[in-house]
Design a protein around this ligand. Sequence first.
Ligand code: PGA
Length: 250
Amino acid sequence: MRTPIVAGNWKMNLGNNEAVELARGIAKNCPESGVKVIVAPVSLHLSSVSQALATAPVLLASQNMHWAESGAYTGELAGPMLREFGVRYVILGHSERRQLFGESDELINHKVQSALAQDFRPIICIGETLQEREGGRTRAKVEFQLRAAYAGLNAEQAQRTILAYEPIWAIGTGKTASPEQAQEVHFFLRSVLKDRFDIKTAQALPILYGGSVKPQNFASLISQDDIDGGLVGGASLKVESFLELARIAL
Ligand code: PGA
């Protein structure tokens, strides 16, 4: 069985004090087991957030990572630096990185390979635009992105990843995919994983849904067979709504 996952992507929000306050609030009442709770703060606050989380069962993610382990890459962050603060997960290929910062499928694959080589667990984001959905191209798009992100990986490596299906039209818009729409894509992604790797990988790999997840819509999403949790933006910025999501996932 796949353990449910609730991952909070804080994006470029919260000053250091606010981030520490949020981390303390989550640490205080986070479920001890039955759900994997992950937070991805602004990297600048990783040190203080990891201290605030102390021994709480909350795992740390980075919102991005460069593929090189060090070097002349102004403004970037390397895996070994993230590791020093206890980061174990890295969000890669988020649609904001793809659309606003020009990250290509090749670059994302390079980062995925590097993250795995450095023993991180990548949370790999894929998803279609509204135009692609309306044009009937959702499956083609997500299959293309999935195959590109997993290029060169073997089944053992793939099993160390987490996939996040985030329809771009649902991110930060208040529009969520219906549970049926999301389930249909998640089921399809699992069939692509089976074709690309094997049945064991397809069944083991957690697939999260992301895009306007909130306490009001999460129960019906996570109750779907192939939805294993949520990658949450807006609703991860408040202690109460984030913890509510973690409890719903139990
Ligand atoms: P949202 O963001 O929950 O604010 O829609 C989700 C994401 O971008 O991961």
